[in-house]
Each structure stands twice: as structure tokens, then as C-alpha cells.
Design a protein around this ligand. Structure first.
Ligand code: KIV
Ligand code: NA
Length: 264
């Protein structure tokens, strides 16, 4: 088997086939998701929250993300790996954006990059695509702009639907191979999906998008506590790990571990 290519994803859209995408930040999850047949893995800047423990995605740097990108690439055979450009690494303009994207391709070894922003980042997308690097765009709610957007809020309600549509058209025209739609009304996502020739990847955007993405710790229930409405937990990894940890600790304290079979 070979790696998934961006053209495979566009062909899937033409055939009306939906596909899943997950974040991954380390070799074990990357290998599991790859072997389970997830065609696209994103080394998201959500590593800021989900790996490094920052409050927002803003502090994470390319230097922090690149080793995670390398780990995910090394552990996979089939998935197309997308590296997420962190806040501050592309906003200055096409030159800065291309420089960072080149770093992700050369040092990270990923197959595409992602950045946040619609019309305002069209020039950056065009410059990166012009250098032969595939770009996944990200519009609607963009976490790196949360201080402007006023927190985690649905974007594109009512008249603001036109803004989302204009951003979607702009990123497709600039050459993006796919676009993430985060926290937009299902009807708006449906309209964008029907209008654009490139795949839409929804997160909190309803069932009409061509693909769906979740942060893996949300999907697998490693992150506990209140989750956003768009999250579905498919496992209780936090519960399983807590249980395993308690039993290990109890057996050490009780002298049951290690037993004869664990001893040389
Ligand atoms: O960083 C991330 O996890 C993302 C996805 C949720 C789209 O950008
Ligand atoms: Na991200």
C-alpha cells in the first residue's frame, strides 16, 4: 500500500465517499490510527492543549511541534500527514508562511500543512501551494483567533453565513486541497460542501461535510470533564488507564507484583 495523496481525497469527494481524520501527536496513536485505516492524520497545534498543557493554542511553537510531526510520519505507512502551522508562524505574509511551511516539509517530513484563516490568508495559501506544498485551510471558528472571536463560539450564524462562504471560496481559489469547517451551522457547512470542488472537513459542522475530524483524546475519552457538544466519545481510555494504574499501584503495595513469572 502507498500513502494517501491529496488527489485521492478529491476523488473520494467526487465519488461521494466520506472519510475520517484524527489528530495524532505520537508514534503509538499514529500507528494505531494508520492501521485502522484513517487516511489523514493531523499533527494539530491542539498539541498545545492536549500534549503540552497550555491553556490555548497560542503559545505552541514550530520547534515544539516539529518533533511530534516527525514521530507521526515515522510511525505511519498509509496516512497523509498534515502539519499544523502554529500561531505566529505565518501571519506576517506569504514569505513567512512559505518559510514555515518549508520547515514543516523538510524538518517534519509531513505531506501537507494547515493554517487558519480564509480571505485574510489567501495570499499565504497561494504562496505555499505555488511552492508545491499542499495546504489544508481552516475557517469558521479558528482557535488561534479566539481572543478576537470572543471565545469558542459558532461562526456563520444568520447573515454571517456569507462570511464563511466568502472564506471558503477564497481558500479554494487560492489552491487549498481541503478546508476544515469548525463550529459552523450544519446548513452553512452543507452549502459550502456542495459549492466547493475540494473536500470539506467538519468539526462541529454537522453531517454534510465530506470528512469529519476530532481531536483523538476527545474521540477516545482520554480527556475527561465537559467536552464540546460536537464531541462523541468512542472509548473510555481515561477510565481504563486509571483502573490499570490503580491495580498496578495496589499490587506493588501488596507485594503481588512482580510475581515469579516476571522474575529472572
Ligand atoms: O489542531 C487541531 O486539532 C485542529 C483540528 C481540530 C482541526 O486544528
Ligand atoms: Na489546529
Amino acid at each position: 500500500t502507498r500513502r494517501v495523496r491529496t488527489r485521492d481525497l478529491i476523488a473520494a469527494k467526487e465519488r461521494g465517499e466520506r472519510w475520517p481524520m484524527l489528530t495524532s501527536y505520537d508514534q503509538y496513536t499514529a500507528a494505531i490510527f494508520d492501521q485502522a485505516g484513517v487516511p489523514v492524520l493531523l499533527v494539530g497545534d491542539s498539541a498545545a492543549n492536549n500534549v503540552f498543557g497550555y491553556e490555548t493554542t497560542l503559545p505552541v511553537t514550530a520547534d515544539e511541534l516539529l518533533p511530534l510531526v516527525r514521530a507521526v510520519v515515522r510511525a505511519t505507512r498509509q496516512a497523509l500527514i498534515v502539519g499544523d502551522l502554529p500561531f505566529g508562524s505565518y501571519e506576517e505574509g506569504p514569505t513567512q508562511a512559505l518559510r514555515t511551511a518549508v520547515r514543516f516539509m523538510k524538518e517534519g517530513g509531513c505531506h501537507a500543512v494547515k493554517l487558519e484563516g480564509g480571505r485574510r490568508c489567501a495570499a499565504q495559501i497561494a504562496a505555499i501551494v505555488g511552492a508545491g506544498i499542499p495546504v489544508m485551510a481552516h475557517i469558521g471558528f479558528t482557535p488561534q483567533s479566539e481572543h478576537t472571536l470572543g471565545g469558542y463560539r459558532v461562526q456563520g450564524r444568520g447573515d454571517a453565513a456569507d462570511e464563511v462562504l466568502a472564506d471558503a471560496r477564497a481558500v479554494a481559489e487560492a489552491g487549498a486541497f481541503a478546508v476544515v469547517l469548525e463550529m459552523v451551522p450544519g446548513e452553512v457547512a452543507k452549502q459550502v460542501t456542495h459549492e466547493l470542488p475540494i473536500p470539506t472537513v467538519g468539526i462541529g459542522a454537522g453531517p454534510a461535510t465530506d470528512a469529519q475530524v476530532l481531536v483523538w483524546q476527545d474521540m477516545a475519552g482520554l480527556r475527561t470533564g465537559k467536552a464540546p457538544r460536537f464531541v462523541k466519545r468512542y472509548a473510555d481510555v481515561a477510565g481504563a488507564l486509571t483502573d490499570a494504574t490503580r491495580r498496578f499501584a495496589d499490587e506493588v503495595r501488596g507485594g503481588e507484583f512482580p510475581a515469579a513469572e516476571h522474575t529472572f
